[in-house]
Design a protein around this ligand. Structure first.
Ligand code: 4NP
Length: 157
């Protein structure tokens, strides 16, 4: 099993969206028994909450139901359990590296490193922005999810 963890700040907007989009892609490729995914936040503000209603609605418009997820905080043992820890932005990437046990840093990546033809390093936080910010998040995550699955196929399958 290849285990993937998507990480943002609150675990109610970007990383739950990534978990849902990536799950749909993995299921569509009939790899559900081979690749597993989860999401978490570096901050504790929203532990136990479902994804933001705006993220839920935007994902559902693309056929992705993320309503049953529950926010949790990233834990030190996640660095052992998961093969990929994917930060949605540079701030969270830095935070992850600051708590990563020594020798496991190679598992920590920026999500957008797997995107094709994108200059940006960070998925913008849509929480305070609103508007089409949630669509932008989905566009970026759909792109990077494809590259991520290709990387998994190349390295692990
Ligand atoms: P996320 O968005 O990191 O994509 O889940 C945020 C959600 C909540 C807050 C910040 C970002 N907040 O400050 O409460």
């Amino acid at each position: 099993m290849v285990n993937v963890l998507f990480i943002c700040l609150g675990n109610i907007c970007r990383s739950p969206t990534a978990e849902g989009v990536f799950r749909q892609l993995v299921d569509a490729e009939a790899l559900g028994d081979t690749v597993s995914m989860d999401s978490a936040g570096t901050a504790a503000f929203h532990i136990g909450e479902p994804p933001d209603p705006r993220s839920q609605a935007a994902a559902l418009k693309r056929g992705v139901d993320i309503s049953r997820q529950q926010a949790r905080r990233v834990r030190v043992d996640d660095f052992e359990k998961f093969d990929y820890l994917l930060a949605m932005d540079n701030d969270n990437h830095r935070t992850l590296l600051s708590i990563c046990p020594s020798g496991l840093e190679h598992k920590v990546h920026l999500m957008l490193n797997f995107a094709d033809g994108m200059q940006e390093q960070s998925v913008p936080d849509p929480y305070y922005v609103g508007g089409d910010g949630f669509e932008v998040v989905l566009d970026m995550i759909e792109n990077a999810s494809k590259g991520l699955l290709e990387d998994i196929r190349t390295r692990h399958l």
